[in-house]
Design a protein around this ligand. Structure first.
Ligand code: 13P
Length: 265
């Protein structure tokens, strides 16, 4: 039985005052919950503050990205050991807002699709290894864009992203890795993936994990669903056998909504 894991990805939201209010609102709502792992991923600038507020609560902290080198002349980057030192336990890698998509504008071009920072599958793999080597648990995101879904390519894309992200890992590292299925068209759109379909695709990801790391590892690695998860759809999604949690964007910015999603797990 895999323990559910719900993570709130605040993205680029929250100054220090807002972060403090939100975390202080979350803590009492989430205290006493031990059947679900809970993670808050604020922007880098709020990590130290959030860590001091979370203190010894059962809520963990994660970062939203990292660079794969430990240190050096990489202006603007932040390494896994730096995140570890700040108290992070998790780090999101390969979020679609950081991935490159074939290096060209999409046919379904929208301002959101511009939110790419060039992370391809090889980079995601390097980041995942650097995270695990530093003692962080990467939350590795995979997911198709709308044109890929319409072309019937969803399974091939998520399989490929999963295999490439997991290259070089061993089965014994399964407990140090979390996966997240985030169909890009469902992120921030309010258009959630139907629970049956999200569960099916998470099953495809689990099969790809089994091919890479073995059947046992595939039963250990938790797979979150992300993309317009809200209090009113969380229970349906989280009741599915292959969905082990949620990676929550917008709804994690409201303590009551985040707590309701966790309660649904
Ligand atoms: P939303 O929940 O706002 O759709 O964002 C999902 C996401 O990208 C979490 O990483």
């Amino acid at each position: 039985m895999r323990k559910p894991i719900i993570a709130g990805n605040w993205k680029m939201n929250g100054n220090l005052a807002e972060a403090e209010i939100l975390v202080k609102d979350c803590i009492p709502r989430l205290s006493g919950i031990d059947r679900t792992d809970m993670v808050i991923c604020p922007p880098y600038t709020a990590l130290a503050l959030v860590q001091s507020l979370l203190g010894s609560t059962i809520i963990s902290m994660g970062a939203q990205d990292m660079f794969w080198k430990d240190k050096g002349a990489y202006t603007g980057e932040i390494s896994a050991p730096m995140l570890k030192e700040l108290g992070c336990r998790y780090v999101i890698v390969g979020h679609s807002e950081r991935r490159a998509r074939f290096g060209v504008p999409e046919p379904d071009f929208t301002p959101e699709i511009l939110l790419h920072f060039g992370d391809n599958n090889a980079i995601v793999n390097k980041k995942a290894h650097a995270a695990v080597n530093a003692g962080l648990i990467p939350i590795i995101c995979v997911g198709e864009i709308l044109t890929e879904r319409h072309a019937g390519d969803t399974d091939r894309i998520v399989e490929d992203q999963t295999r490439k992200a997991l290259a070089g890992f061993s089965s014994s590292q399964a407990s140090q890795i979390v996966m997240a299925y985030e169909p890009v068209w469902a992120i921030g759109t309010g258009e959630v993936c139907a629970a049956d379909e999200a569960d099916r695709v998470c099953g495809v990801i689990r099969k790809a994990i089994a091919d890479c790391l073995g059947e046992e590892a595939s039963q250990i690695i938790r797979i979150q669903y992300g993309g317009s998860v809200k209090p009113d759809n969380a229970a349906d999604l989280l009741s599915r056998p292959n969905i082990d949690g949620a990676l929550v964007g917008g709804a994690s910015l409201k303590a009551a909504d985040f707590a309701a999603i966790i309660a649904a797990s």
